[in-house]
Design a protein around this ligand. Structure first.
Ligand code: SF4
Length: 365
């Protein structure tokens, strides 16, 4: 047993085996995992109904991972951001979104209302370098371990002001980092967040977003779990996409869309596309027509997101009238589209902004 193994990532089988080696009955496995995933304990000491000797054995064998919450921004009913401090001092963000319909690629229904979504990070920094993104600006630092991915969900539930009911119902893997570039750790974390013995979030309530790692999309198609897939498209032609997303030079639109088609054929599942509207770049009538063609090919839903300014970046949000026209043209073209209306509109609204601001504050102290 590796002493740095996290208790968060132990399967019931692995944990039961370890308990058996200690001569401890298997029913303790369920108790331990309930402490982690239902009561969201942060240490073995907190697991009150476990015998002291067992708590000591567990402490000496497993790491009980839990990142401190540095701050939360936003107000009740609005998008809220969590900033976590990892063991090595690195900072990551998660975002709580009160209206999941805007992010999961599906229009709202009554049963989905008031169902919260948590947007989770998978890397510290990001190597993709999208020009509109705060996370890509400081480059790639490292992949998150599976427990660091899972702990964002457990941490948000720990923060939940209404402890009598569950806070998070949907997950979008769209925070800092390119999720499919941290493929193995992400799959392990998702399998635990999806498992009945784990966080028990249905696979169909989990959306993985990618900037377009075509080979990994094909790999994802071969996975058993039915996660949803969302593509950060942001342009309808290679010329514009390569300008704002360097990944497009490696996997141009044809390669990306062919991989999406293969995914859709294998999984029989709908794909959604994210499209950040940037003034006079990808908000033109010709980009809109290109987007309509792509959306028709996949019968895909489009999530339109007006650009949120990022410090040090020259892009601008289009005027309201342009946003309105672009949206109506899509709808007139027979496309299902949602315009994400940011509530709150604080200066850290763009992905990765809060982390950058905090890092700057800390370095100035
Ligand atoms: S948008 Fe996503 S993939 Fe692109 S740099 Fe930002 S975190 Fe990375």
């Amino acid at each position: 047993m590796n002493q740095s193994d996290s208790i968060l990532t132990q399967s019931p089988q692995a944990l039961t085996q370890q308990l058996a080696d200690w001569g401890i009955p298997s029913w303790r496995t369920k108790q331990i995992q309930e402490w982690i995933f239902h009561h969201r304990a942060v240490s073995f000491e907190a697991c009150a109904n476990l015998p002291k000797t067992l708590r000591e054995k567990l402490s000496s064998h497993y790491k009980f991972y839990s990142a401190p919450l540095l701050c939360v921004t936003g107000h009740e009913g609005e998008t809220r951001k969590f900033l976590w401090k990892l063991c090595d001092g690195n900072l990551i963000e998660s975002v709580l979104i009160p209206a999941p319909a805007a992010n999961t690629g599906h229009t709202s229904s009554n049963s989905e209302e008031n169902r919260n979504t948590l947007c989770i990070s998978t890397q510290v920094g990001c190597a993709c370098g999208c020009k509109f993104c705060a996370s890509g600006r400081s480059g790639f630092i490292r992949n998150l371990a599976p427990e660091e991915i899972i702990d964002q969900l457990l941490g948000a539930e720990r923060w939940n002001p209404h402890q009598n009911k569950r806070l998070i119902h949907n997950l979008v893997i769209m925070g800092m980092g390119e999720p499919l570039a941290n493929y193995e750790n992400l799959m392990k974390a998702l399998s635990i967040m999806n498992a009945e013995w784990g966080a028990n979030i249905g696979a169909r309530k989990i959306t993985i977003s990618t900037s377009g790692l075509a080979p990994k999309i094909r790999r994802l198609a071969a996975e058993e779990a039915q996660y949803r897939l969302s593509i950060s498209l942001h342009a309808a032609t290679d010329a514009v996409r390569s300008l704002i997303m360097p990944i497009n030079r490696k996997y141009p639109l044809k390669e990306l869309l062919d991989a999406c088609e293969a995914y859709q054929q294998t999984k029989g599942r709908m794909i959604s596309f994210e499209y950040i509207l940037i003034d006079r770049l990808n908000d033109t009538p010709s980009q809109c027509q290109g987007l309509i063609r792509i959306a028709h090919r996949f019968h895909a839903h489009i999530n339109l997101i007006p650009y949120n300014p990022v410090e040090g970046c020259d892009f601008k949000r289009p005027p309201q009238e342009t946003i309105r026209k672009f949206t109506s043209e899509l709808l007139a073209g027979g496309i299902s589209a949602t315009l994400r209306q940011e509530k709150g509109g604080n200066i850290d609204a763009a992905c990765g902004q809060l982390r950058l601001r905090k890092m700057k504050d800390l370095s100035e102290k």
